[in-house]
Design a protein around this ligand. Structure first.
Ligand SMILES: [Zn+2]
Length: 139
């Protein structure tokens, strides 16, 4: 794979910063510049494939996943077919979303009550974090 560099300063200290319309977005740490690149063959990082499928298995719809991680619902639907993912029913799952700064996330997780009887995924969202939480057995 080609080495990706910043189009502004040519720096190579880059961090992945989400997906915008199926294109990987990067943040250049040298000049704080966001840019997106077309991956060769428009292939999306496996990281997002796994994440999208995780969210799908947890009961989120394609549109919700699109909103959260920025990958189009068409791609997600294709992956579900490609990997033959079958979703079990989750009648008692109630996903909720919260967006935290890092310090807020740490504070939130300090309380054990937040973790008991719940399933969670924490996902990076730009410079913040999104916590998706399923409270089980709550009617
Ligand atoms: Zn740069």
């Amino acid at each position: 794979m080609d080495v990706i560099t910043c189009p502004k300063c040519n720096g190579s200290t880059l961090v992945k910063s989400g997906i915008i319309k199926d294109r990987q977005r990067y943040l250049c740490k040298s000049c704080i510049y966001y840019f997106t690149v077309n991956k060769l063959g428009k292939k999306i990082d496996d990281y997002y494939v796994t994440k999208a499928l995780q969210l799908y298995l947890e009961g989120l719809s394609f549109r919700e996943i699109e909103r959260i991680i920025g990958v189009s619902h068409v791609s997600i639907s294709n992956w579900v077919k490609e990997y033959k993912i079958k979703k079990p029913p989750h009648p008692n799952y109630h996903p909720s979303y919260k967006i935290f700064k890092h310090n807020e996330l740490v504070e939130y997780l300090k309380t054990k009550d937040q973790l008991s009887g719940a399933g969670m995924i924490i996902t990076e969202l730009g410079d913040k974090f999104m916590l998706i939480k399923w409270e089980r057995f709550k009617d």
